[in-house]
Design a protein around this ligand. Structure first.
Ligand SMILES: NC(=O)C1=CN([C@@H]2O[C@H](COP(=O)(O)OP(=O)(O)OC[C@H]3O[C@@H](n4cnc5c(N)ncnc54)[C@H](OP(=O)(O)O)[C@@H]3O)[C@@H](O)[C@H]2O)C=CC1
Ligand SMILES: Nc1nc2c(c(=O)[nH]1)N=C([C@H](O)[C@@H](O)CO)CN2
Length: 237
């Protein structure tokens, strides 16, 4: 019997893509969700990664993705809730709609997928099944310019505790809380230097540290309801 796939939402670029490709290199089947088609997806498909389109900014979009996911696979080894929009706060008329949108991407999508895809995890014949929530260091301190983002990530952080208690012992539920793993296009050296200085490690590590953290959770049968801080010691500065 072939191994059950691992689902990574928002896996078409950056951290999610890196983890998807590392998992496939390890011989692990992977399904990713993506919102926008792009050339890089062809390269991922050629590596055998299954790609499913999804827009989590509406409940209908979340439920539509779930139906297509259930048509694609009868089981899942793990679900990594990675999809995210690091949108700055809006102070215009759209502030409320923007907040609700981030709520749906960061909280409603993980909530509904955890509820409606549980049967796929239960159908996995392997002894360990995992759910991993990608949160953020700012859950601990908030953010002046990304308050809606931070608040909805804090909600995802809390969902880690609830689902860990509810799904134990069959399914382990944990979070990874990164800070400044990768810069974004357009980040100049001045921004990069200031961002690096925010952590004790004074570096921008790249996505490999996230894969190491995911690997740890996938390989450990005794960890649930916890958050791995992968932030270079931000709290020390
Ligand atoms: N990068 C970093 O330094 C840090 C990252 N994190 C967290 O780690 C995770 C990965 O970060 P990173 O790789 O930078 O993430 P990205 O900003 O690259 O976003 C990941 C994916 O989320 C998808 N996405 C965005 N909006 C939607 C939506 N409405 N519906 C469905 N998918 C959507 C995008 O899909 P598409 O491109 O197809 O539109 C994108 O590819 C995220 O959860 C992030 O919050 C936390 C702290 C630091
Ligand atoms: N979805 C995303 N979330 C976050 C990103 C990102 O690029 N996409 N980036 C960050 C920053 O690196 C921040 O940690 C810098 O201090 C946070 N979240």
């Amino acid at each position: 019997m072939s191994a059950s796939p691992i689902l990574i939402t928002g896996g078409a670029q950056r951290l999610g893509r890196h983890c998807a490709e590392r998992l496939v290199q390890d011989g692990q089947p992977v399904i990713i969700s993506y919102r926008r088609e792009r050339p890089e997806l062809e390269a991922m498909r050629e590596r055998g990664i299954v790609t499913l389109q999804a827009d989590f900014s509406s409940e209908d979009g979340i439920l539509d993705f779930l139906e297509r996911l259930k048509s694609e696979t009868g089981s899942l080894r793990a679900i990594v809730h990675n999809a995210s929009d690091w949108a700055p706060d809006s102070d215009g008329d759209d502030a409320g709609a923007a907040f609700e949108r981030l709520f749906r991407i960061h909280m409603l999508a993980p909530y509904l997928i955890n509820l409606h895809a549980k049967a796929l995890l239960d159908a996995c014949s392997e002894p360990q099944r995992d759910i991993v929530h990608m949160t953020d260091y700012v859950v601990q301190k908030g953010s002046r310019k990304h308050a809606a983002y931070a608040a909805t990530k804090a909600g995802l952080d809390n969902l880690t505790l609830s689902f860990a208690a509810r799904y134990a012992p069959e399914i382990q539920v944990n979070a990874i809380a990164p800070a400044l793993i990768m810069l974004n296009q357009g980040d100049d050296e001045d921004y990069a230097a200031k961002a690096r200085a925010k952590s004790a490690m004074d570096m921008v590590p790249g996505p490999g540290v996230i894969y190491q953290s995911l690997r740890y959770l996938l390989d450990n049968r005794y960890v649930t309801g916890t958050t791995l801080a992968v932030d270079g010691g931000r709290h020390l500065r």
